[in-house]
Write a protein that binds this ligand. Sequence first.
Ligand SMILES: C[S@@+](CC[C@H](N)C(=O)[O-])C[C@H]1O[C@@H](n2cnc3c(N)ncnc32)[C@H](O)[C@@H]1O
Length: 241
Amino acid sequence: MSSASYNPKDYWIEQGKVYKNNFRYNNKFELQERLLIEYLASNIFTPTNSGDEPAEFSVLEVGCGFGRITKLLLTNFGKSITKYVAVDMSPDQIRNAKQFLEGLYLEEKAVTTVDDSKSKYDNRLEFIVSDIQSLPSTGATNQKYALVLACEVLLHVLPSDIHQVMHQLIEMSNRHVINVDWYEEELPKKIAPHNFIHHYEEIYTSNPSVKRVHRIPIVKKGILSKLDTKQSIFHASKQAD
Ligand SMILES: C[S@@+](CC[C@H](N)C(=O)[O-])C[C@H]1O[C@@H](n2cnc3c(N)ncnc32)[C@H](O)[C@@H]1O
């Protein structure tokens, strides 16, 4: 496949069928998850914030896959999250995510259903099969989320679509947008056709409603060793501080 023949929808619908089975957790994912949780704990779900925060804290996660990051957030910050909407364009990924999250959520809120026809899932957690581009993002009735999150998703969006997709994510948030993606200053010689390096900071900054943008490289430096995932956490905030 060349990048000219990469069709994101076809590619991810096919990948969704095998993604969970083929997924191999390794020390880079471990570092990515640890730094993401540390960042969220000290910048979004801080004890100071939770005192002053409005009771409502909703999360929209796009490209949730089989729910790896969904579970991570709900395990660590579930008590502060009042609504969590997880979206993916692959029906297979959403089916796997429902399975992956089921035990956690049933345990957490001890949801009991007298009527079996009702959803077994805690209604704070909702799954939607959709691509980002088809989500409603404008109009007075559409909900905005305190945090819009995309982990390893935007690097797969075509360069021709990335501006529109990121502006849509900003529009759907009333406070924070966070994406975790591959980022290097220098383009490597070989790039897989479904991966792109986008200039996330520039694109966030070009939106007038974004007040601050941070990039946190996902790297661990030891005295004798270095683990560099070549990814960064990008955080766009719609608040001034
Ligand atoms: C590399 S996986 C990452 C999954 C998950 N976020 C994680 O980090 O484990 C990328 C996911 O994004 C989804 N995806 C890619 N482009 C999308 C789009 N435009 N809208 C919705 N989902 C998308 C794919 O179906 C796939 O499940």
